[in-house]
Design a protein around this ligand. Structure first.
Ligand SMILES: Cc1ncc(C[n+]2csc(CCOP(=O)(O)OP(=O)(O)O)c2C)c(N)n1
Length: 329
């Protein structure tokens, strides 16, 4: 791991919470995948497994007052920003107690109480929302920061260049976080994105950084610095996070060998897994024992299993509310 920080009691707690949050995301996704495979979940879903250190490293540098916008691959952002398993599984299954009363599903979870302005199935669709949120903070004199998550494929969307221009001109407190997992659907990034990704932001005079998205401490340290600078009026910033998705583009994308090899997948899983790496570091630093980590993992698995049972038994919304929250007055 990158940071060789002195491990005081308080930062030990921070590290354990980061580990817990990464395992919570992985466990959530394993259960969501099972729900899909057993035909209990309507629609498709896009797994975040493999990318956990990005969402956790970033969101652990934020408070509930800070905002995020998320993507079609958004479960990880949602968990990292404080969402509860029960309400998330209810949303995935279309149940009344879901974050959006079951009407959004996997790709549209919003959790305003923790500053999650919502996921968006339109690639790049949340870039304007994030930048608008940062403009609001600046105009109203608040010091909150907004992080806009998007994938490498979304750098092909023109909206990004419109909002980066405005954010740079107006010094908005927004961080554009590009999760470069190497693929946009079934195409390698280098086949669709010419030149460097960070250079796109630099062209607008935005300071841009590239970081190992599998190293939760490196992601967190960088984000903490950028958040502090945003609060002082020095934003916007851009981060490219090098990462990897373990599953297919969506849960139905099972035979992937026509666009990426099994050896490549194995290499990322065995040699760069963010959870295995961080677990090893925690043990090496004496922050947790293997037994304590196993106990934490088991507790999280039980929580997820309870939440799935809860969501399966929960009620669907009544037909009378089919138009509710669809149209604004
Ligand atoms: C505007 C728009 N165009 C196309 C799509 C179809 N689509 C869904 S996900 C995706 C690829 C996105 O790739 P990337 O931004 O790299 O995110 P990743 O899936 O790798 O996390 C595409 C093209 C869409 N949902 N919205």
């Amino acid at each position: 791991m990158s940071a060789a920080k002195k491990t005081t009691k308080s930062n030990s707690d921070d590290y354990l919470r980061m580990y817990r949050q990464m395992v919570r995301i992985r466990t959530f996704e394993d259960n969501a995948n099972q729900l899909y495979l057993s035909a209990k979940m309507p629609g498709l879903t896009h797994m975040y497994s493999g990318e956990e250190a990005v969402a956790v490293g970033i969101c652990e540098a934020l408070t509930d007052n800070d905002r995020i916008t998320s993507t079609h691959r958004g479960h990880g952002h949602c968990v990292a920003k404080g969402a509860e398993f029960k309400q998330m599984f209810c949303e995935l299954l279309g149940k009344e107690e879901g974050y959006c009363r079951g009407k959004g599903g996997s790709m549209h979870i919003a959790d305003q109480s923790h500053g999650n302005l919502g996921a968006n199935a339109i690639v790049g669709g949340s870039m304007g929302i994030a930048t608008g949120s940062a403009l609001r903070a600046k105009l109203q004199g608040h010091d909150d920061v907004t992080v806009c998550f998007f994938g490498d494929g979304a750098t092909a969307q023109g909206l990004l260049y419109e909002v980066m221009n405005m954010a740079a001109l107006w010094n908005l407190p927004v961080i554009y976080a590009c999760e470069n997992n190497g693929y946009s659907e079934y195409t390698k990034t280098e086949e669709i994105a010419a030149g460097s990704i960070t250079a796109r932001a630099e062209a607008f005079g935005i300071e841009a950084f590239k970081v190992d998205g599998q190293d939760v401490l490196a992601v967190n340290e960088l984000t903490q610095k950028l958040v502090a600078r945003c609060r002082k009026g020095e934003g916007p910033f851009f981060i490219e996070l090098e990462t990897y998705r373990y599953h297919g583009h969506h849960v139905g994308d099972i035979n992937r060998e026509y666009y990426r090899s099994k050896d490549e997948e194995k290499d990322w899983k065995e040699n760069r897994d963010p959870i295995i790496r961080f677990r090893g570091w925690l043990v090496e630093q004496g922050i947790a024992t293997e037994d304590e980590i196993e106990a934490m993992n088991a507790e999280i698995e039980n929580d997820a299993a309870d939440a799935v049972s809860y969501a399966e038994a929960a009620k669907y919304p009544d037909i009378s509310e089919v138009d509710m929250h669809v149209f604004a007055d």
